[in-house]
Design a protein around this ligand. Structure first.
Ligand SMILES: [Cu+2]
Length: 175
């Protein structure tokens, strides 16, 4: 016979070492479950989770307006833009570039609006390893206070086509 129903007492409760391993795994699950909300409130590099609906064209228009209002220079053909401290900054991801280059001041807080013009990109700030998903149709607002100065590269960490590996951007932080 190919299939038989299991004997009536087929289930044996775990005991001995198996019980210890299940206990350890369960305890670790609990730690991780608590760590998620804990780190959301007490971690220092977590996104605020603030986002708004926006059409890609509208977001691009806002970014261009932002560049026009606060442009301070250019680097390799990309606009360098310095938002007012405490103000809004815009960063647009599209195949395959990040626009503009943001120039920020250490210790100042900014509201950085990030969105995509075409498809899903990944905002990865190096070498800090801060990562956010960038989606068209959503204006993600990161409330950000640079704590160190220097040049920080942005790379795209969601594969987005043939030019994905060239999709880099820059954030400049001065003291
Ligand atoms: Cu990309």
């Amino acid at each position: 016979m190919s299939i038989q129903s299991p004997p009536v007492d087929w289930f044996k409760a775990p005991r001995g070492a198996e019980r210890v391993w299940i206990g350890l795994a369960f305890a670790w699950c609990m730690v991780m479950t608590i760590a998620m909300p804990y780190w959301h409130f007490y971690g220092k590099q977590n996104a605020t989770g603030e986002s708004y609906r926006v059409t890609p064209t509208e977001f691009m228009a806002r970014t261009q307006q932002f560049i026009e209002n606060h442009k301070v220079g250019e680097r390799d053909g990309v606009a360098v833009v310095e938002p007012p401290p405490g103000g809004d900054a815009y960063l647009l991801g599209q195949m395959w570039r990040w626009t503009p280059i943001l120039k920020l001041k250490q210790g100042q807080t900014y509201r950085v609006h990030i969105s995509s013009f075409d498809l899903q990109h990944g905002f990865s700030l190096q070498p800090l390893n801060m990562n956010f998903q960038v989606l068209p149709g959503y204006d993600h607002v990161l409330t950000l206070t640079p704590t160190s100065s220097g040049e920080f590269s942005i790379i795209c960490n969601e594969f987005c086509g043939i030019g994905h590996h060239m999709m880099t951007g820059l954030v400049l932080v001065s003291e």
